[in-house]
Design a protein around this ligand. Structure first.
Ligand SMILES: [Mg+2]
Length: 396
């Protein structure tokens, strides 16, 4: 079996998300933004796919250029089942991002599932068919009572856990962007108190300040969260500095979760874990794909550390299906806000990635491979052609 082509198929979607860089995650005017998918074609009629571009503001998905000039020459002619060998080549090359490595790797694991006529997570070694989700809020939703109401609605919907993104690059007092003073920790604590009061003691709560705190702010907020019985404090400081994380992890009782945005796939996770710079690990397929993530999770397991997957998506769900709840407890379902119906299927898919039942569990997709079903009519109608488009076929 050989790979014959690798394509990036780009199309546009309408969104209101991330319209301003400062005031992270603030909702804005409707506009069209590029989205896309990667397609790996083989000579045996089995093709591998992954959705890309979903988190393009922070990550660097495979561009058409990188795909044509670096990824394709590396992959064409190779057996797509030699995933470990291809992963080692891609990581060693360093000419493209770990997100691009992740897209290729996920698409190869999609092929593996399809060859076996099985969901990919069973090929990886199945552990569970569903995973508990937490609602992960947009930041900068409004005053604490807006968060409190939103948390109550989430519990009504079935969520057993709820994660607050409070005020990030946004001034909640004057209600304007705050690029120079990105954090408002005392206001964040007010949000966390209001949410705990709204949902009672049974719901699991977390806070993610998205790295905008100083060390002292992290200590101050962390101590309040301990009183409020929050489960974890996520990624509170700039992750390029590891020493403050080591100190914070020692100083606080609450679980410190990270690193989230640090490049280096499972290598950097190893560095952090062996230095005990967090209590719980974190990674997602944008950092080296399913292959890199599985290595990270095994490393964490050997140290008795949980690894909580960052963001959602088909690749992450395949990983969660092949790990136990003790090792990777939650699925991040978001981002959520009162005006958005998070249960709606994106227009470029025929099946929602992460349908959730009334008990707060997301089902791992059961279709062959990663279980992605594209809406090819939508993709064709909203296609963004480029230099490599001539061979694109709008089909599985
Ligand atoms: Mg986070």
């Amino acid at each position: 079996m050989k790979i014959t082509d690798v394509q990036i198929i780009r199309f546009s979607v309408e969104t209101e998300q991330y319209s301003t860089k400062w005031g992270y995650g603030k909702i804005g005017a409707k506009r069209r933004v590029p989205n896309g998918l990667i397609k790996i074609i083989t000579d045996e009629g089995v093709n591998g796919f992954d959705t890309v571009y979903g988190w393009g503001m922070y990550y660097d998905p495979p561009s058409v250029d990188i795909t044509e000039n670096i990824i394709k020459p590396l992959l064409v002619g190779q057996d797509p089942r030699n995933i470990e060998r291809i992963w080692q080549w891609m990581m060693a090359h360093r000419g493209f991002s770990e997100t691009a490595v992740g897209s290729v790797d996920c698409a190869l694991w999609d092929i593996m599932g399809k060859i076996a006529n099985s969901p990919t997570y069973k090929v990886l070694g199945g552990a569970r068919d569903k995973v508990l989700a937490y609602a992960s809020t947009y930041p900068n939703l409004g005053d604490p009572d807006v968060y409190a109401e939103h948390a109550k609605d989430a519990v009504k919907r079935g969520y057993k856990a709820f994660k607050v993104h409070a005020y990030i690059f946004w001034d909640p007092i004057n209600k304007c962007p705050a690029p120079g003073k990105p954090s408002f920790p005392k206001k964040d604590i007010e949000v966390c108190e209001a949410v705990r009061q709204a949902v009672g003691d049974e719901i699991v709560l977390m806070l993610d300040p998205w790295s905008v705190y100083t060390y002292q702010e992290s200590i101050m907020v962390g101590r309040q969260l301990e009183k409020l019985d929050y489960y974890w404090l996520e990624h509170p400081m700039d992750e390029r500095r590891i020493e403050p994380y080591k100190q914070l992890t020692k100083e606080l009782q609450i679980n410190i979760l990270g690193p989230e945005m640090e490049p280096g796939s499972f290598y950097s996770r190893g560095n952090w874990a062996f230095q005990r710079a967090s209590d719980m690990g974190r990674i997602d397929v944008s950092f080296g794909g399913i292959t890199g993530n599985k290595k990270a999770i095994a490393m964490y397991e050997s140290l008795g550390m949980q690894c909580e997957m960052h963001v959602g998506g088909f690749g992450n769900l395949a990983i969660l299906g092949s790990t136990t709840e003790e090792q990777c407890e939650y699925y991040e379902r978001g981002l959520t806000r009162p005006e958005i119906d998070r249960d709606q299927c994106p227009p470029f898919l025929n099946n929602p990635c992460d349908p959730m039942d009334n008990d707060g569990y997301v089902a791992i997709p059961q279709g062959p491979g990663l279980g992605i079903e594209f809406n090819w009519d939508y993709i064709k109608d909203n296609f963004l052609p480029d230099l490599s488009s001539k061979n694109v076929k709008f089909e599985d």
